[in-house]
Design a protein around this ligand. Structure first.
Ligand SMILES: Nc1ncnc2c1ncn2[C@@H]1O[C@H](COP(=O)(O)OP(=O)(O)O)[C@@H](O)[C@H]1O
Ligand SMILES: [Mg+2]
Length: 308
């Protein structure tokens, strides 16, 4: 078995996992930075969806949009949250602006403490977007103090994905602005997504700005909105063999869905096969591995076994 020192969490976006050498490191702070409409919330929705498929505990805090709007947006891109969540109406929590400070400084740490004692395998935490919290603390010194504390609580609880608004006009870019500097500085991983309006393949792009403990890829990769995974990142330029990330993601998601259904089956044999399949899927580290696993698990032989 492939043993690695750091456990990686799949982002739910195939191409992003490839750029991050398998995904985000468990219990780290990961930022998606980009200007309005670049796709940050879509990345966050893909992340929570992947968590639901894997049976993770999830905590999605929205500081901007209502849960119903967010879920409708996800569904429109084929991210079928309603299908995999037993209680999707309670999946996303809207934190109103007048309650942000109280929420972040008092309620969240208490909640984190409470959840810590629950026996969950892994928790995904989403802050979307972090920006209104930053507005409450205008000085960088204060932002640093407050965020450091929040991140300590949250990263002990699970793997955090936050989105950060880049305050630029369309077609311009600068992630060194005061609105993004502190979260970038404090994050373990920063993914910068852009829409520079260039048209064509590179109209929307994705770049890993930093990722601690990861030999990540440095390039700028084409990105587009896609049915199924929400967002697809084209990493064909760094792959020996070209595989459509969208097709792959869809196959993987389908497989996880099957595994989840099987794990609830009355037949103990099916439940055992589901457990093995889940372990194998969770163990996947690299694309090569994943392809093999998916092929093995979808082979007619295995499927026949499962159908028995
Ligand atoms: N089905 C779709 N097909 C193509 N583009 C879409 C689709 N749904 C949303 N978008 C694009 O996504 C943008 C919003 O993405 P979102 O993730 O909310 O961005 P952000 O959170 O960065 O503001 C929309 O403005 C639109 O450009
Ligand atoms: Mg958004």
């Amino acid at each position: 078995m492939n043993m690695s020192i750091t456990e990686r969490i799949s982002s739910g976006i195939e191409g992003l996992d490839i750029l991050l050498q398998g995904g985000m490191i468990k219990n780290t702070i990961n930022s998606i930075v980009g200007s309005s409409g670049t796709g940050k919330t879509t990345v966050a929705l893909a992340y929570i969806y992947q968590g639901l498929l894997e049976g993770d505990h999830t905590l999605y805090l929205s500081f901007e949009e209502t849960p119903s709007k967010l879920i409708a947006g996800a569904e429109s891109l084929g991210i079928r949250i309603k299908e995999v969540s037993q209680n999707f109406t309670e999946l996303i929590h809207l934190v109103e602006s007048e309650k942000i400070v109280e929420f972040m400084t008092n309620i969240l740490p208490a909640l984190a403490q409470k959840l810590k004692h629950k026996n969950v395998r892994h928790t995904r935490i989403i802050l979307d977007p972090l920006t209104p919290i930053l507005w409450e603390f205008p000085s960088e010194k204060e932002q640093r103090k407050v965020l450091t504390k929040i991140y300590q609580h949250l990263s002990s609880l699970g793997t955090v994905l936050q989105t950060v608004e880049e305050p630029n006009a369309f077609g311009q870019t600068d992630i060194g602005a005061i609105e993004t500097r502190v979260p970038i500085y404090l994050s373990d991983t920063v993914v910068h997504i852009q829409n520079l309006g260039l048209g064509g393949k590179y109209n929307r792009t994705c770049k890993i700005v930093k990722s601690r403990r990861t030999a990540h890829h440095e390039g700028i990769f084409p990105m587009h909105f896609a049915q199924g995974s929400g967002i697809a990142i084209d990493t064909s330029s760094i792959q020996v063999e070209y595989n459509d990330p969208l097709v792959y993601d869809t196959r993987y998601n389908e497989l996880m869905k099957k595994v989840k259904q099987m794990s609830k089956d009355k037949d103990p044999k099916k439940r055992i096969i589901a457990q093995i399949a889940k372990n194998l899927l969770n163990d996947r580290q690299e694309k090569g591995d994943k392809i093999e696993l998916v092929d093995a698990l979808t082979s007619p032989q295995i499927l026949q076994e499962v159908k028995k």
